[in-house]
Design a protein around this ligand. Structure first.
Ligand SMILES: [Zn+2]
Length: 267
């Protein structure tokens, strides 16, 4: 099988994970900018992180013939510090021309605060001004429904934003419909611990699919699984889905969305 991993925080993973992903059929990996597990002490920390995402990490992946792409932003958690967030935002344009940068992400909300909303709007303006794709993180648990509504309102209020150029990630049963009905793409994230298992993800796909939907593992420094997507393919096979349907969800769909950036190429 072949698949695209559209959301993985590879800077937090060991090199063996790249090998395992390639052996499982991964043909491209995309890495949104994210919280590092701790707050950076200054904007320079983000500068170094953006260099890592655009220089070191693609070279590490290339050792396994795996194309690596990234998205840039300040994550909503650290965006609570507005002054820091604006310094980071000002730095992003110089990185947008780098050859593996697909757009602005993962922006969004964490605790749905006023400051997070402010910086979300500024990220959306930045993306619109530079004609960039957008990848959105939605909050977890009890904040998800309200947060998703707020995010959709922000995106819809900027008339330059085309919904088919935005992916709203970490959707669940109660948010997937509103995302798709508004014309956006939706990402289902497979978490091994408490959240969306492969079985639950395939349940969501059965009711919401097959269009404008993708699966991702969002593996990071926490307990997570870089092979969650191929494991979901196993679950789909067990339920009797054809290889063509699996290929659409795990390869063709992310390919369609990501190819809106001319930089995106698979192995
Ligand atoms: Zn993420």
């Amino acid at each position: 099988m072949r698949y695209i991993e559209p959301h993985a925080h590879m800077v937090s993973r060991v090199t063996d994970d790249y090998l395992a992903m390639v052996m499982a059929g991964c043909v491209a990996v995309c890495e949104p900018a994210f919280w590092a597990g701790f707050d950076r002490s200054s904007a320079r920390g983000f500068y170094d992180y953006f260099c890592q995402l655009t220089d070191y990490e693609p070279r590490r992946a290339a050792r396994y013939q795996l194309p690596h792409f990234c998205w840039l932003c300040i994550n909503p958690k650290e965006a609570e510090d507005i002054a820091l967030a604006r310094e980071v935002l000002a730095m992003i344009p110089e990185f947008l021309t780098r050859e593996n940068v697909l757009g602005i992400g993962e922006i969004g909300l964490n605790k749905n605060t006023r400051n997070e909303m402010q910086i979300l709007e500024e990220h959306v303006r930045l993306a619109a001004g530079h004609d960039q794709l957008i990848l959105v993180h939605t909050p977890h648990l009890e904040d998800k429904l309200k947060g998703t509504r707020l995010i959709l309102d922000v995106l819809r209020s900027d008339k330059r934003i085309r919904p088919d150029r935005v992916i709203i990630d970490h959707v669940e049963e109660h948010t997937v419909r509103m995302v798709l009905d508004a014309g956006f793409w939706a990402g289902i994230t497979l978490y091994p611990e408490s959240k969306c298992t492969p079985a639950r993800a395939v349940d969501i796909f059965e009711t919401a699919g097959p269009d404008r939907l993708w699966l991702n593992c969002a593996c990071d420094w926490g307990q997570s699984d870089p092979l969650a997507v191929p494991k979901a393919a196993l679950e789909m096979r067990r339920r009797g889905f054809s290889e063509a349907v699996i290929d659409k969800l795990l390869f063709e769909n992310p390919l369609s969305f990501l190819s809106q950036s001319t930089k995106f190429k698979v192995r």
